[in-house]
Design a protein around this ligand. Structure first.
Ligand SMILES: [Zn+2]
Length: 767
């Protein structure tokens, strides 16, 4: 009998219960007991759900109040001194490390002021983890026993679980040295860390756990030899300890083949591999499974929302069975289900046909169970039949297939993805037409999204104000933003984006081929959840999406107004993509829709158009090699298809955040002007990387995540540093990113200082 397994379940609750209670706790509206009560209820609910679905191997310790990697830092006492010195409770220490804490002194409590630890993207997903931060003073010891407590909690409910922890090598490798210990190599701490894994696993065994799942997702990265060696060391050590639960080493999000040597002959119970993202690794990984080891086949997608194809998956699992025998094969989700929305049954506005093609975390439980039963020879014919019907219906769905779009993508040629003239010629025409000063100033697009804006948008969504009333409101907001920018004397203005809820959703809602959920939330970090739109079919633009607002803004001023669009790669990356066509095709479809929009903006008199690609970096495949260069090539092509339909004198801008950009990749986009997040980066090396960038560039001059107002002198110093390396005639002056989350007062002060600094340099360069 083949078993079914789930690697992790969303912790947020079907109705975002976790967000509501944690935020209430942070605001002092509920007590810590209220918080823990909701946590306990959510865990119980998740376990029961999985048990009732018939899942054999159910995870525990996948729950977290903030982030499961941060939980582990707390568990192993990897807590920098700046947090321990306040002697907060464990949960408050966890939150302080995750999100910082600033608290005035009261009669009972001391004042606290500490910033958060660094947060980074979890591989190529949109989840973010808090980086384990080690220093020479880190004292490894067990701090509580969360994994044991949660295991016992499930046991009390009569549910045997498999506790899951991030493994020792990934925990260290994904971490970093604290600023007081920069010479420390986290991996060198392995020897000190391993005994703690032994200790917690012993406690789990004593509590009755027979198996554990240790996640080592770093194994899908390009690993230096010493990291591969560390994997071998760690699991040889753990596997040889007597009396521990059986260890399954789990990897996901890619292929482990280049690191396979590290996994050979490890004395552990089994492995889990992701065959959704890397089906091609099957023969290689199957060849290292030892005589008594199990293979957990990740075949139900933990990262996307499409229904599984039971026939295809069963066939795949069968391959494993014929090699290893049914007893040694497990059918599993490809990764934790953390990255999918909780329950499709919460969607009552979705089109019924589309709904029939989707599967959220709750539905995926049934999927692993059905596939496991099917390959075990049990009768699941009703489920198979319904599934086959849905798969067939999807293949011929008119929602999904639009021959006109497919034809248009096929007809993309070199000319469509190349501007009419090279940058130098375009620039000459633009300079003549625009007459901008040296050090032109601009912003990245959005201005403060005030409460008033949210209230009016809600009223419009609910139908309590009419479309005309809403448009009037938006226009008045646009006018406010234009007057403000004129007043502080910016050079290239924006309309401020008061009409946009989100930079992808706003366009997605206007494109054919997108679907939206009402409750499809996925945790991005802490209590921030996102609701990714779903690309369901061939994408096209029925009508103009942003022209009205831009044209209105331009009608109010003699200065240039930038049209603002979200680029094809960002639309793709921040959505659930299709799996029936490749991502390049989806990017090109988006590019064509945006091309029409760019051309319409130009035709309506907008002479500067910015196409943002903040997500272009995160789309980069995890490993170096052909796949990565391929991505860079088609991502750039998609951008150029979107932006190459305009005349030479129309200026194309683009914007990127999350730095660490590859200047060559940016160069391939051939935008006339790019702006990049830079304020936290200002080291000479990073500037030098962009020195030879041929087109114009704005290096972000202030951090928009902070309410802090930089002085004019600070701007001057910063610009001076940049100008030591970077030529003045190519330099634009702008903030790091959009100002949507900022208040008006700090926006006014910061931008005024920034504009005055630009004027200072204009004077200097006149001389
Ligand atoms: Zn940005």
């Amino acid at each position: 009998m083949v078993k079914s397994a789930v690697l992790g379940f969303p912790r947020i609750g079907p109705n975002r219960e976790l967000k509501k209670v944690t935020e209430s706790y942070w605001n002092g509206k509920v007590t810590v007991d209220d918080l823990f009560k909701v946590g306990k209820e959510l865990r119980a609910q998740n376990w029961k759900l999985q048990k009732d679905a018939g899942v054999d191997i159910i995870p525990s310790n996948d729950f977290s109040y903030y982030d499961h990697v941060l939980d582990l830092s707390l568990l192993f006492n990897v807590i920098p001194d700046r947090y321990t010195k306040y002697q907060l409770s464990p949960i408050d220490t966890l939150f302080a490390m995750g999100r910082g804490l600033q608290r005035k002194a009261t009669e009972t409590e001391k004042a606290v002021d500490v910033t958060a630890l660094e947060m980074v993207k979890w591989f190529d997903s949109n989840y973010h983890y808090v980086r384990p931060t080690f220093s020479h003073s880190t004292q490894f010891k067990l701090n509580g026993q969360k994994p044991v407590d949660e295991f016992l909690e499930a046991k009390e409910l009569g549910i045997q679980t498999r506790p899951v922890l991030v493994g020792p090598v990934s925990f260290l490798y994904l971490g970093k040295a604290d600023k007081d210990s920069l010479d420390l190599e986290p991996l060198s701490l392995l020897e000190k860390l391993l005994p703690l894994y032994v200790e917690i696993l012993q406690k789990l065994a004593a509590a009755g756990a027979t198996e554990v799942q240790l996640d080592e997702p770093t194994l899908v990265l390009d690993l230096p030899k010493e990291v591969q060696a560390a994997v071998k060391t760690a699991y040889t050590f753990l596997g040889n300890q007597a009396g521990l639960p059986k260890i399954t080493l789990a990897t996901y999000f890619g292929t482990v083949v280049p690191n396979l040597d590290a996994l050979k002959e490890l004395p552990i119970a089994g492995f889990h591999f992701d065959f959704i993202r890397a089906a091609e690794q099957f023969d290689d990984v199957a060849s290292i499974i030892g005589a008594n080891q199990t293979l957990s086949v990740g075949i139900v997608d933990g990262r996307n929302i499409w229904k599984n194809d039971f026939a295809k998956s069963s066939e795949f699992v069968q391959k494993a069975i014929s090699k290893l025998g049914a007893e040694r094969v497990i059918v599993a989700t490809s990764s934790s289900l953390l990255h999918t929305p909780v329950d499709l049954n919460n969607e009552n506005k979705l089109n019924a046909e589309l709904k029939n093609y989707f599967s959220f975390a709750t539905q995926k439980l049934e999927e692993v169970v059905v596939i496991a039963k099917n390959v075990s020879g049990q009768d699941v014919s009703a489920a198979l039949e319904a599934n086959a019907k849905s798969v067939a219906a999807k293949a011929s769905s008119t929602f999904i297939n639009d021959p006109a779009v497919q034809q248009r993508v096929a007809s993309i040629d070199k000319k469509m993805s190349t501007r009419a003239a090279p940058f130098g010629e375009r620039l000459a025409e633009q300079e003549k037409a625009f007459n901008l000063p040296l050090f032109p100033t601009t912003t990245i697009g959005s201005f403060p999204q005030t409460k008033d804006i949210r209230i009016n948008r809600n009223k419009f969504t609910k139908g309590t104000i009419s479309a005309e009333e809403y448009e009037q409101f938006i226009n008045s907001e646009i006018e406010k933003v234009i007057r403000f920018q004129e007043e502080i004397d910016l050079d290239v203005l924006v309309h401020g984006e008061p009409e946009r809820n989100d930079m992808v959703q706003y366009f997605g809602e206007q494109l054919k081929g997108y679907a939206f959920t009402t409750n499809g939330w996925v945790q991005s970090y802490g209590s921030r959840y996102v609701r990714p739109p779903i690309i369901v079919g061939d994408l096209s633009r029925p009508k103009a999406m942003s022209v009205k607002e831009s044209v209105y803004a331009q009608s109010l001023t003699k200065k240039l107004v930038k049209g603002m669009l979200t680029g094809p790669i960002t639309c793709l990356r921040w959505s659930f993509p299709r799996v029936d066509v490749d991502q390049k095709t989806q990017a090109l479809q988006l590019a064509l829709a945006l091309r029409d929009e760019v051309n319409d903006l130009e035709a309506a008199g907008i002479r500067v158009i910015q196409v943002d690609e903040p997500a272009i970096r995160e789309g980069l495949p995890l490993r170096a090699g052909a796949e990565r260069s391929d991505y860079q090539q088609w991502a750039a092509e998609a951008f150029r298809v979107a932006t190459s339909g305009v005349a030479n004198k129309t200026q194309i801008h683009s914007h990127f955040c999350y730095s660490d950009l590859d200047p060559n990749h940016i160069k391939a986009l051939d935008a006339d002007v790019v702006s990049i997040e830079f304020s936290k980066k200002d080291d000479a090396n990073y500037i030098a990387e962009f020195k030879d960038y041929p087109n114009h560039i704005g290096l972000g001059l202030f951090d928009i995540h902070s309410p802090r107002v930089p002085s004019k002198e600070e701007f001057i110093t910063k610009i001076e540093t940049i100008l030591k390396t970077y030529p003045a005639e190519k330099f634009w002056v702008n903030p790091d990113c959009g100002l949507k989350t900022r208040g008006w007062e700090e926006t006014r002060l910061s931008l005024t200082n920034m504009v005055n600094a630009a004027k200072y340099f204009r004077e200097q360069y006149k001389k």
